[in-house]
Structures are given as C-alpha cells and as structure tokens.
Design a protein around this ligand. Structure first.
Ligand code: GDG
Length: 488
C-alpha cells in the first residue's frame, strides 16, 4: 500500500447530528465550518490520507451501539474518531486550550486562566491522540498535526516512533516572547512542539517569535531557522495558508449569472438595498463570534462613521454574520450580549422606516449564501484585534470576479501581510476605520479593480493546495537535514 499522510486536529472536519427521535435512526454527517476544516478539505478529499480527531460528540452522551454507528459513518469519510468524555472536553478543550492558550496566543492576557486539572486533562488528551495515531501509523507514513490543542502530540509520537516524519502547523499567532513567557508549562509546550521535524506558521513574525522563545526559554542552539534538539534538527518556516481559489471563483461566477427567479431570497433582499440610490453600498462582516475578531470595536467604529459622516446614513448597511462559537464559555456569552446590545443601540438610534443600518445574523449560513454575501457586498470590513491569518479576507477577494469591491483589513490579521493593496487599518482606531469606510465608499471603480487585480494574482497562485504541497515538500526535505548530520 502507498504511504499515507495522517492529518491530526482536535476536531474532525465534520459535524455529527444524532437522530432526533426513536423512529428516525439515521446519523447525519455534515461538513463543518471553520478555517482549518475549509482549508484542508481539498487535500483530504484528493489524496491518500486519514484524518484523526474528535467527532464533537462526547462518549458519555451516547451508548455503545450509537458510538459504533458514528465511527462507521465517519470512517466512510476517511476519518477516525478519538473518543473524549464530557469532562475531558471541558478541561482540555474549554479549559487549557480555550481559557489559556487561545487568549494568551492572541495577546488577551487578561482573559487567561490556569488550572492544574486543565493541564492534566491537556496532557491526558494529547496522549489519547498519540495512542490513536500510533494505532493507524504504518512504516513510511507521515503525520501532519494541526494547531494549539495538540502542542504536546509531536513529541509523544516522536518518542514512540523516532523515524516517522512529523509536521506541525499552528493556525493562530505565535506571540512574542514577552507574552509567551507568562505561560505556566511553557517548557513542556515548546518541547512538545519540537518533537516535529518541521514546524510551520502563517508568517515570518510568528516564526521569529517562536524561535526567540525556544532560544531564551530552552536555550537550544538555533542556526537561522533550524533548531538543534538533542541529535535532531527541527526546521521552522512560514507557510501563509491559502484558500481554494477556484472554488470561490466558480461559485461566484455561477452566483452572478443567476436569473432573477433563481436568486435566493437573501440575494434579492441584498440587491434591494443597492437600488435605494446610486451610491448605496453593503458592508460585509463575517467571523466566528470571538473576542479576538474585534466585532464590538467594529460596530462602534461603524456607529462613529454614521455620526461623523451623516451623508452615508440610509446608504450604508452593515451586513454582519457572526457564527456561534464556544457558546458555553462565559467570555463568549458576555461578548454575545455586548454585540446584541450594540446592534440594538445602533439600529435604535439610526433606523428609518426604509433603512436598518445593521443586518445581524447570529448563525452559520450554507456555502451558497456565503457567496451571496461575498458577491453582493461592495465593501468588506474585517477588523480582528489579532488573527492568525483570516481566510474570509481571501475568500472575499476571490469571489469578486469583476474585481470591484474594497477590502478594509486589520493590520493585526496575518492576511494583511499578503494584501497590502487593501485598506489596512488599526482595529483599535475608530477614526481610522471611519475614514477607511469613507474612502471605500468614494473609491473609483478603476482603482478598486487595480488593487484587487494584484491581490487576486497572489492568492490565486498560492492557494490552499499549494500551501499544503509546499508544507509536505518541506517536510520531506527535512529527512535530508537529518542525513547531513549523520554524514558529518
Ligand atoms: C483559524 C484562525 C486562520 C465562516 N462563516 C461561515 C463559513 N465560514 C468559513 C469561512 C472561512 C472560515 O469559516 C473562517 O476562517 P478564518 O480564517 O476567517 O477564521 P477561524 O475560524 O478563526 O480560523 C485564523 C484559520 O484558522 C486558518 O488557519 O486563518 O486566523 O483563527 O473559510 O468561509 N462557512 C459557511 N457558513 C458560514 O456561516 N459555509
């Protein structure tokens, strides 16, 4: 059999929905939404690979026979489930991963909480993942581990199978040393990551921060972007994640070619707004509802824009899609309330009989409707406070097939480094955002086209497939790095 790639991430790229009543006994498996799932999907579907992760259903919520049925259904999608109990999910996922690592890596130090039981669960679950990987690992296979929930996994696999090639990719920022050093268990986490042969980040800044933390905390020797770990060499590099460009382009072409009868109700309603006046525009905002995404600050900046430039009232509509995320974490519940209130306040203050300034959707939309939004909104306003990459920015530009449209993007998103032709703003500066909105409203179409032409060229060339193949090629090349050492 051909060697395979084992992809490992906390969640499998699917959602399992259990039968709602006795009569219905079909388990439904739906693809999931999110950066990693969307990005890796084409790789997983088109190559010889196996994906190991959690199915999203805790084992104590189901009986043995349902568990077997779920496992069988997901195996048909080349996926293998790691069983987690409700307590493990609570302490490993909501606890150590999302109450400590997520806020700290995004520079929200005030939101971090450390608990010993969370750390114990984090170690235990990483070991569970390692056991599952080892169960399916065959000679010659390679392993690609993803993201901050599995920082210890590379070392656990390497200790059991020293010859296996292991790649690790971090989807979120790696913070500067001054932030990272705050973390309890920092040595263990760095050593866990260094079990890999290749560690990838979205950009050079994150790579530099990681190397600096390793050399200052562990005092390991670093030679440019290679770290000496005992007798092994570990390569560190950046791989800015791309999107499935063709998929978005084709979907956008189909979408814009639809006849009036074929259009979705959403699309029809969006277009109605544009008919209000020649210079009416829709401003798009899409994120998971997360404090790192700067949604509340964005709403305040939009309110400031309508106050400072009243000529845009009735013309500007913010279409805001916030996808529910980590709903049982108190921090997220508070943010949800704040956003609900802000939307209420802005709509209450400015609405007229014919215009509502903010159209707010708190849900996840099917792909076709996402494309309705990308193709109908002439401005995208994406203002994360910190963001590893931000794929929405790339998807928006890929969907603008006539090249019109203006992207306003936070300088704190990894994507900003590849999209300098966008209007780049500081997400904490309401005035700068308001000014950028005014510029976007008034930007001549030729200028929009010119700017987007450059970005499109770049993101088309470095799409998600290129990202993954470059990563895998680089992982393959690390074998020579080890040989170098042996022949010396
Ligand atoms: C993490 C990092 C990094 C969103 N709403 C819907 C929907 N989506 C899809 C988008 C996009 C993805 O979800 C979101 O990706 P992002 O990159 O913007 O953000 P995170 O989920 O936070 O992802 C991030 C990423 O990993 C990859 O490394 O860029 O920085 O935080 O693909 O299209 N899709 C559908 N309906 C929705 O309502 N169908």
């Amino acid at each position: 059999m051909k060697n395979k790639t084992i992809i490992v991430s906390n969640r499998l790229p699917l959602n399992v929905s259990l039968p709602e009543n006795e009569e219905e006994n079909e388990i439904k498996i739906l693809p999931s939404v999110g950066g990693l799932a969307t990005g890796m999907k084409s790789i997983h579907q088109n190559s010889d690979s196996l994906w190991i992760g959690w199915s999203g259903i805790a084992t104590d919520d189901i009986d043995e026979s349902t568990r077997n049925k779920i496992n069988k259904a997901i195996q048909q999608q080349k996926c293998i489930s790691v069983d987690l109990t409700q307590d493990e999910v609570e302490d490993f996922y909501f606890g150590f991963s999302n109450d400590l690592l997520w806020p700290l890596f995004h520079y929200f130090t005030e939101y971090t909480h450390y608990k010993d039981e969370h750390w114990e669960a984090y170690k235990k679950v990483n070991r569970k993942f390692a056991e599952k990987v080892l169960e399916y690992l065959e000679d010659g296979d390679q392993v690609w581990v993803h993201d901050y929930q599995l920082l210890l996994l590379p070392q656990l696999i390497k200790e059991a199978k020293p010859n296996v090639s292991i790649g690790f990719f971090l989807h979120i920022p790696f913070p500067s040393y001054e932030i990272f050093r705050v973390l309890p268990k920092r040595e263990e986490l760095l050593k866990g990551m260094l079990g890999s042969d290749l560690i990838g980040f979205h950009n050079y800044d994150y790579e530099r921060h990681f190397i600096s933390s390793v050399s200052r905390i562990l005092r390991y020797d670093v030679n440019f972007n290679t770290i000496q770990v005992g007798r092994r060499k570990v390569k560190i590099d950046s791989f800015p994640m791309g999107i499935d460009y063709q998929k978005f382009k084709e979907a956008a072409i189909d979408n814009t070619n639809k006849s009036q009868e074929e259009k979705s109700q959403l699309k029809v309603r969006l277009e109605q707004h544009l008919q209000v006046s020649n210079d009416a525009k829709l401003i798009l905002s899409i994120d998971r509802l997360d404090y790192t995404k700067g949604i509340a600050q964005r709403l305040k900046a939009f309110e400031y824009f309508l106050t400072k430039y009243p000529q845009f009232q009735e013309k500007a509509r913010l279409v805001m899609l916030a996808v529910p995320s980590r709903e049982n974490v108190p921090q997220y519940q508070r943010l949800k309330r704040e956003i609900d209130e802000l939307v209420g306040r802005i709509n209450g203050k400015f609405s007229t009989v014919s215009w509502t300034p903010v159209w707010y959707f708190y849900r996840s939309l099917p792909f076709e409707q996402l494309i309705d939004l990308y193709t109908s909104c002439e401005i995208a306003l994406l203002t994360p406070i910190r963001d590893g990459m931000n794929l929405v920015a790339k998807e928006y530009i890929a969907s603008r097939t006539d090249r019109t449209g203006t992207l306003i993007l936070s300088e704190m998103a990894g994507a900003a480094q590849e999209m300098s032709e966008a209007l780049i703003i500081n997400p904490n500066d309401s005035n700068q955002i308001a000014e950028a909105l005014k510029v976007a409203f008034e930007m001549p179409e030729e200028e929009q086209i010119m700017r987007n032409k450059f970005i499109q060229k770049r993101i088309k060339r470095y799409d998600v497939e290129k990202w993954a193949t470059e990563f895998m090629k680089s992982l393959e090349a690390t074998k020579d790095l080890q040989k170098e050492k042996k022949t010396k």
